[in-house]
Design a protein around this ligand. Structure first.
Ligand SMILES: Cc1cc2nc3c(=O)[nH]c(=O)nc-3n(C[C@H](O)[C@H](O)[C@H](O)COP(=O)(O)OP(=O)(O)OC[C@H]3O[C@@H](n4cnc5c(N)ncnc54)[C@H](O)[C@@H]3O)c2cc1C
Length: 204
């Protein structure tokens, strides 16, 4: 990814904040209305909404419409782990014409509703996470994806059992492998053992 800017400067933001219920996964513990109301008070936030499943098509439409109608230049979704739906929301931003790296996801499920027993504490934590995301997103800059050629070869240092196994797997996947061993022969510790636990295989 590349950016034309060397030293990022915080840009005047028009931020949209979208708080997901995730059914009862979040809304069962976090007061999503209170978090949404809180978000509207943050500097730079021009719209804040909550919805049952923000990752659904109607949820994504809320975001896309606001990008177009409200002129949003930053988007935050407060929901699950980015491992789950970061790509979903980045795509939604792209489809509405917003650079996907001007999107920020904050996790109020795994890191909040699922691990906090007290509802008011969970709500306060969700507010803090949203506030942090709003601060952060203002510093993000547009990035462009580009593809570069990758050399299809690998160097493995150490010809013990781990290095041998890695070398074989890489070679099987079509990579050219260089296996470097400092001793006169490969095998490492395994080559000194007679039979190994738990299978009693002959190590050599
Ligand atoms: C006494 C004993 C009994 C064991 N019994 C069992 C058992 O019953 N069952 C079992 O599963 N495991 C057993 N183990 C553990 C098992 O032997 C090790 O987990 C395994 O051999 C580790 O393999 P490795 O490739 O990670 O490391 P190593 O075997 O240590 O291999 C590392 C290799 O890298 C080379 N190397 C290091 N630095 C460099 C460098 N800078 N440049 C080039 N080459 C370098 C070394 O010469 C070596 O060949 C036993 C271990 C011991 C000591």
């Amino acid at each position: 990814m590349t950016s034309s800017m060397h030293a990022p400067t915080q840009c005047p933001s028009r931020v949209g904040v979208y708080v997901c219920h995730c059914g009862t996964n979040i809304a069962g513990m976090v007061d999503v209305e209170a978090v949404t109301q809180f978000a509207t008070s943050l500097v730079g936030v021009v719209v804040a909404r909550h919805y049952s499943y923000m990752c659904s098509d109607p949820g994504q439409m809320l975001i896309k419409n606001d990008i177009l109608m409200e002129g949003l230049n930053r988007v935050i979704v407060a929901s699950c782990t980015p491992n789950m739906h970061e790509a979903t929301f980045r795509n939604a931003c792209t489809e509405a014409g917003l650079n996907p790296f001007l999107f920020q996801m904050t996790n109020i499920r795994e890191q909040c509703s699922w691990v906090t027993e007290d509802a008011s504490a969970a709500t306060e934590k969700a507010k803090s996470l949203v506030a942090a995301a709003v601060k952060r997103v203002g510093w993000q800059v547009p990035l462009e994806m580009r593809q570069v050629a990758v050399k299809q070869s690998a160097l493995i240092v150490g010809g013990g059992i781990a290095g041998i196994e890695a070398a074989l797997r890489l070679a099987d996947s079509g990579k050219h492998v260089y296996l470097v061993e400092r001793e006169p022969s490969i095998g490492g510790h395994m080559s000194r053992l007679y039979k190994t636990f738990p299978t009693l295989d002959c190590a050599a």
